[in-house]
Write a protein that binds this ligand. Structure first.
Ligand code: CMP
Length: 142
């Protein structure tokens, strides 16, 4: 299996609920290497640019407003099969549909406020990591 990069974002609800450490512990326990992480305050412009692929969808405006509602924490991840394995770890977009034991099932309130973002393809993983981090900021961790 190929080594991939994936971007996680601990969303503003995760930070507000003081769950950042708890979610990072799940991520590390699942075997992901953390290449970098930081606290960021998105604005409607920067959040809108990150989620530009969803522009025009009915939830876009509320998504962008929510992502700018408080600080969030982008995390650059690396692992074999990182994208699919991370999506398995976090569970379905809507916590009601997420499997038992997944991060969204355990901690999320709704489809909109769902604690964590995960890249949806290896190509987007690289693009999304590069949105928040320069190559210089990415540390080969183990
Ligand atoms: P995320 O993985 O960050 O990617 C896009 C986000 O849009 C998604 O998680 C959800 O939090 C949010 N969202 C809100 N409403 C919907 C919806 N109806 N369908 C898909 N995503 C939604």
């Amino acid at each position: 299996m190929a080594v991939e990069r994936a971007l996680a974002i601990l969303k503003p609800d995760c930070i507000r609920k003081h769950l950042a450490g708890t979610v990072v512990a799940h991520i590390q326990k699942a075997g992901f290497n953390i290449l970098s992480m930081k606290m960021v305050q998105l604005t409607p412009t920067t959040g809108g640019a990150f989620y530009a692929v969803h522009k025009g969808r009915p939830f876009y405006d509320s998504l962008v407003e929510f992502m700018a509602s408080g600080p969030c924490m982008p995390i650059a991840l690396e692992k074999e099969n990182a994208v699919a394995d991370f999506r398995e770890l976090i569970g379905a977009t809507d916590p009601k549909d997420a499997k038992e034991g997944t991060i969204r099932k355990l901690y999320a309130d709704s489809k909109g406020e769902n604690i964590v973002h995960g890249s949806d393809s290896p190509e987007n993983g690289r693009i999304e990591v590069a949105f928040f981090f320069s190559e210089r900021e990415l540390v080969e961790g183990k």
